[in-house]
Design a protein around this ligand. Sequence first.
Ligand SMILES: NC(=O)c1ccc[n+]([C@@H]2O[C@H](COP(=O)([O-])OP(=O)(O)OC[C@H]3O[C@@H](n4cnc5c(N)ncnc54)[C@H](O)[C@@H]3O)[C@@H](O)[C@H]2O)c1
Length: 232
Amino acid sequence: MTARTSSETARVIPEATVARLPVYLRALTALADAGIRTCSSEDLATAAGVNSAKLRKDLSYLGSYGTRGVGYDVDYLRYQIAREIGVTQDWPVVIVGIGNLGHALASYSGFRSRGFRVVALLDADPERHEEVVAGVAVRPFDDLDAIAHEHAVAIGVIATPAAAAQDVADRMVAAGITSILNFAPAVISVPDGVDVRKVDLSIELQILAYHEQRKAHEHARDEVAAAMGGEA
Ligand SMILES: NC(=O)c1ccc[n+]([C@@H]2O[C@H](COP(=O)([O-])OP(=O)(O)OC[C@H]3O[C@@H](n4cnc5c(N)ncnc54)[C@H](O)[C@@H]3O)[C@@H](O)[C@H]2O)c1
């Protein structure tokens, strides 16, 4: 998604910082759940898995600098980040394609606790209609327009096969949806003003495979070097 601006100050936050804000929010929630009221930037950086200089720079975009010797107030920083991301408000979401992945997404309780309310599950297959997943009935895909308008839906999730993804995206855009989370392995085009985020776990696995391969090469090289050192 594009960088958000706060309604109060209209600052533009770099995209890389925006991507880390939810990580800080999750880390702060864990600290708050553990009863921790204040934390240093080092504590928070460790909990979030980033370095503390980067964390301080990121939080400075929110106008949050902490208090010298005290650190950050956990609850207040949570509120500031949640407000910046926009999760202090309720976001109605529709999920299209209620197969294996759609079921898993629809059943995930973590969306609601982060401010995302699944208002509808839609599928083109009549055999899926009237099934209820996590308390929400699966409805015909053709109901998208009516539902999007009724609930002022801004965010749509695509969990259909790749071949259907562009058509689903077009229908979402026509229904007034301006942010799309696409799980289908397809590149979709959307008009200006519509944000698309793509999630592809197989790409993440391939990145890990690359690192595994590099580690294996380094290990083999070290072994050869050790063997040659032993011969000398
Ligand atoms: N991004 C990831 O990491 C990731 C992980 C797993 C699966 N996927 C992708 O997610 C998608 C769904 O996978 P799945 O295993 O749930 O598939 P699935 O076949 O179990 O479910 C797909 C559902 O989409 C529905 N559908 C098909 N065309 C439609 C249309 N035009 N409008 C509305 N609904 C439609 C089908 O009826 C079906 O219920 C696939 O594209 C798959 O490649 C992505």
